[in-house]
Write a protein of this length. Structure first.
Length: 693
């Protein structure tokens, strides 16, 4: 890992970046782990310690697309990555670059600059970033090749800032004397926000001895500095590397001006009496006894925006664990949900298998703090095990934790479950923190309730989809077949794609593929009717054109307002020919026995359901033994940025070049081609047939 330290330090030094982050993509995982951070504290980096590869984050996009991302303004960041913009509402510029090499994506770099950076990367900066990515890839490849791959640590390593040159002792003493004589206050913070120096005038102005301040974050020691403004200005200085200031009242009535001047090693703070008082017309607001820190508020906002994007229960659990554990301090987390009169563990982080097994499926009638929290709707906080044991005498210290919080998950008065947080060190849970954690539980409860509904609808949709598609294709002597159906990658929509294979008389067979407009239960029901009508007419011996014409009249009579595309091929295996007709469907591909594939241009017909009198011409083509006929839906070739004719031609080239004698492997190869060519947002159905020699 030390070699990667040098690479990150070089990238930051040679590009003059203020912040640098290095992520690793672990094998067999679709998650980016933060392993190194420079120019920023671990607390500020906590929300991005673990980033799913499919998340809307700059480094995830860079790694997933294998292409750098540049964000040149705060507006650009807010527009493209709103979650980043909400958590870091400061002026900075950012690039994310993938670490690739030896045919592998290893991870990614993130570099930040202050707002004074030019609107784009210079050639020298780009060359430096490219070189550092190659060096990092070589280091990671060599480690993996040696049998000792680098793994992400439990916590990211903070790369220390460059050491300034050693100061001359005489000059250092003179500097201390200079600050001691100043009538104004001055102090220094490191990048973690801890105070490393304060002069006598500064200590006098803030009314505290320097010994009680050194090594601490001022807003955590001085109650009157716990206003979120102080921590927010510290965060702004660290992230943007721009001077900033704020005015605050030191009780009872002294107003102080704090001016912050950041660089790569820390922040110098200038403290003076304020030149002006707040407006006399400003309303006097009561100050809470325990204000909530800005970092906690930003973490809460970050979690809220992340949960808003969560789909299923698994996503909610993973997001909650990924955000709460590093950002809010617990060492372990368990999320329990109510199911059939029991409290079941839906997800956990940092809990032993023995502990989760012991508390799994706890009856709702049992006397435990988790059950009590969800049944009463009241949060419970236990600063010590003695407090827990006092409230619940049967309690046994099984997890070696010091403090616990049991937070009810309630939605519209209905119990959903309990969130359990366990801390490794004693925690007093002041009122502000209790309020914060309660709000946190409310966010998770709402997200969890939505996610459970999503999962239920998704399961229903997929079961309905599966019921409408053939479970298996029938065995036809002299014919090899392979079929694939893949739903859209996101959402609970039911796909309208369908396919079928229908044995007929005299050694013939009908293959069908189609796509009904829409993605809901109405489309699914119509898809079932179309498939049934096609099967009935095809079995009766009608030609492909007649089958489409009769099915079209049925859809027109039903007047559903939905349309469908359909392609029918009647395969006459003894005569080595195929009769085809299309109703607005993408053209089929034919790979001849020689191996060359091309598009079959058929006489077009209107989509089904538009005009009851539409005509559907039938076209005859040779189908010699060994030829492969490929029928597919538009999801295989249609993308927003690609011409569909070009995409169809590219698919034909792939069909030509694929060296697969097995149709199952060939079907997988065509789907892989679609995945690699562009992102897919629609269902895909694919049906391959090949007559035997």
């Amino acid at each position: 890992m030390a070699l990667l330290d040098d690479v990150l330090a070089e990238a930051m030094r040679d590009t003059k970046a203020s912040v640098g982050l290095l992520y690793l993509l672990q094998p067999e995982e679709r998650v980016l782990w933060l392993v190194l951070a420079g120019g920023v504290s671990e607390r500020l980096a906590a929300p991005w310690a673990r980033i799913p590869l499919d998340a809307a984050f700059p480094v995830a996009d860079a790694v997933r697309d294998r292409h750098p991302v540049w964000l040149g303004s705060q507006e650009d960041i807010a527009r493209r990555y709103p979650r980043v913009g909400i958590v870091l509402p400061y002026d900075f510029k950012l690039t994310a670059a993938p670490i690739t090499g030896h045919g592998t994506v290893w991870g990614g770099f993130v570099l930040l600059w202050p707002v004074w950076h030019p609107p784009g990367l210079s050639t020298a900066e780009q060359e430096t970033i490219d070189a550092c990515c190659r060096r990092a890839a070589a280091i990671l490849h060599q480690a993996a090749d040696s049998g000792h791959p680098l793994h992400a640590p439990d916590e990211p390593r903070i790369v220390p800032p460059p050491h300034p040159r050693d100061a001359d002792p005489v000059q250092a003493a003179a500097a201390l004397s200079f600050t001691a004589r100043l009538p104004v206050g001055c102090c220094a913070l490191d990048l973690e926000g801890r105070l490393t120096f304060i002069n006598a005038a500064g200590a006098d102005l803030i009314g505290a001895a320097s010994g009680s301040l050194l090594g601490h974050r001022p807003w955590e020691v001085l109650r009157w500095l716990r206003d979120p403004m102080f921590e927010d200005r510290y965060r702004a200085a660290v992230v943007s590397r721009q001077p900033t200031s704020f005015t605050v009242r030191r009780p009872p009535d002294a107003w102080l001006l704090f001016q912050l001047y950041p660089d790569d090693s820390g922040i110098s703070v200038h403290i003076t009496p304020a030149d002006r008082l707040p407006s006399a017309t400003a309303p006097h607001l009561p100050r809470p006894a325990e204000p909530i820190g800005a970092t906690a508020l930003y973490h809460l906002t970050h979690l809220a925006t992340a949960l808003a994007e969560a789909a299923g229960v698994h996503d909610v659990v993973e997001l909650a664990a990924d955000q709460i554990v590093p950002a809010f301090g617990p060492k372990a987390l368990a999320l329990l949900t109510v199911d059939a009169g029991r409290l079941c563990i839906t997800g956990h982080r940092g809990c032993s298998a023995e502990l989760t097994a012991h508390f799994e499926a706890t009856p709702m009638t049992s006397d435990t703090p988790a059950v009590h929290a969800v049944t009463t709707g009241t949060a419970a906080f236990f600063p010590t095990f003695a407090d827990l044991r006092k409230a619940y005498p049967p309690a046994v210290d099984q997890d070696e934790m010091a403090s616990w919080a049991f937070l009810p998950l309630i939605v519209s008065g209905r119990p959903v479950g309990t969130l359990v947080l366990a801390y490794g060190l004693p925690r007093i849970f002041p009122p502000a923190e209790r309020a914060l954690l309660t709000s946190l539980a409310g966010l998770i409860a709402q997200a969890l309730d939505r996610a459970r509904l999503y999962d239920a609808k998704n399961a229903l949709a997929h079961s309905l989809q599966a019921g409408l598609l053939p479970r298996t294709l029938p065995h036809i002597p002299g014919l090899e077949t392979a079929a694939r159906y893949r739903p859209a990658g996101h959402g609970i929509d039911i796909g309208g794609d369908f396919y079928d294979l229908i044995p007929c008389a005299n050694g013939t067979v009908v293959v069908v593929i189609g796509d009904v407009q829409g993605h809901d239960t109405s489309a699914a029901a119509l898809m079932g009717q179309v498939r049934t009508a096609v099967r009935a007419h095809a079995t009766a011996g009608s030609s492909p054109g007649d089958v489409l014409a009769r099915t079209n009249r049925l859809l027109t009579d039903l007047d559903t307002g939905l349309f469908a595309s359909c392609l029918i091929a009647h395969l006459d295996l003894p005569r080595h020919r195929a009769l085809l007709a299309t109703a607005g469907h993408p053209p089929p591909l034919l790979r001849r026995p020689s191996g060359r594939a091309g598009t079959l241009r058929l006489s077009p017909g209107l989509l089904l359901g538009i005009d009851a009198d539409s005509d559907y011409p039938t076209t005859e083509v040779p189908l010699p033994p060994g030829a492969v006929l490929a029928l597919y839906t538009d999801g295989l070739v249609e993308t927003p940025t690609t011409d569909i004719d070009d995409a169809t031609t590219a698919l034909a080239h792939r069909l030509t070049s694929a060296q697969h004698g097995n149709l199952e492997a060939l079907a997988d190869s065509l789907l892989d081609h679609a995945d690699r060519s562009a992102p897919r947002h629609d269902d895909i159905a694919l049906l391959l047939v090949r007559p035997h020699r």
